[in-house]
Design a protein around this ligand. Structure first.
Ligand code: SF4
Length: 224
């Protein structure tokens, strides 16, 4: 079970979340103007593969692997044309390579059989691809400019709890709270803002509240 940050929200009295969300987003956007997806890709297929490979590893690691991978594997057929052991070797460094190779092959088969080899835009069709869970489908949709929900990763979960935007622990329930709170226009950029803020300032163990633009009046977990 992932660590909970809910108890930290008792440190400081702040306004209700509906009154804070807009200011939180604008202050984070000012602080992290460069916040965007850290994966490198040049097509919807590369985006989908990168996100699938990013489970349980860092984006930096995925980019290192896909730099070579995407030269060799350009279309869905390419993932099926090599023996599975070769694909496993080519993605080995992202970890969980057996499961990931299986998911990639299953997904490519379905793309060819049902979507003319293209990555579908429909959210439910994305969810039906083997190995594509809600988080992956959310990232792919958001990056294509059609966010259907809000991506909840470990940073988004922690920051949403610390900022008092949710009282939930489960990512699906956290997402439900966030889509009610955040304006639809911000569904795509909101998780990037939290992810970058989480990486740079609101560390899991030692949040640097003294450097945080939310500490004085917007964060119920602020240590200052
Ligand atoms: S770093 Fe900012 S968001 Fe994180 S706990 Fe401190 S004040 Fe809150």
């Amino acid at each position: 079970m992932a660590r909970s940050y809910l108890a930290e929200t008792r440190r400081k009295k702040v306004a209700p979340k509906k009154d804070r969300i807009g200011v939180v987003i604008s202050r984070l956007a000012a602080q992290h103007a460069d916040a965007k997806i850290a994966l490198s890709f040049e097509s919807p297929l590369e985006l989908l593969v990168s996100v699938m490979l990013s489970a349980q590893t860092t984006d930096v690691n995925v980019n290192r692997v896909t730099e070579k991978l995407f030269v060799k594997y350009r279309k869905p057929e390419d993932y099926l044309a090599v023996p599975v052991a070769e694909l496993e070797r080519d993605i080995f460094q992202t970890g969980f390579y057996r499961q990931k190779a299986k998911s990639l092959r299953g997904t490519m088969q379905r793309l060819l059989a049902e979507h003319d080899g293209e990555v579908p835009e429909d959210f439910d069709a994305l969810l039906k691809l083997p190995g594509v869970a809600r988080k992956t489908a959310n990232v792919v949709s958001a990056e294509r400019g059609e966010a259907q929900g809000i991506v909840v990763d470990t940073h988004v979960r922690r920051l949403s709890q610390r900022l008092g935007f949710t009282r939930q622990e489960d990512p699906v329930k956290i997402e439900r709270d966030l889509v009610r709170l955040v304006s639809r226009d911000d569904w795509a950029r909101f998780p990037h803002l939290l992810i970058w803020h989480g990486r740079r300032i609101c560390d899991a163990r030692k949040p640097r509240c003294e450097e945080c633009p939310l500490a004085a009046d917007l964060c119920p977990s602020s240590r200052i």
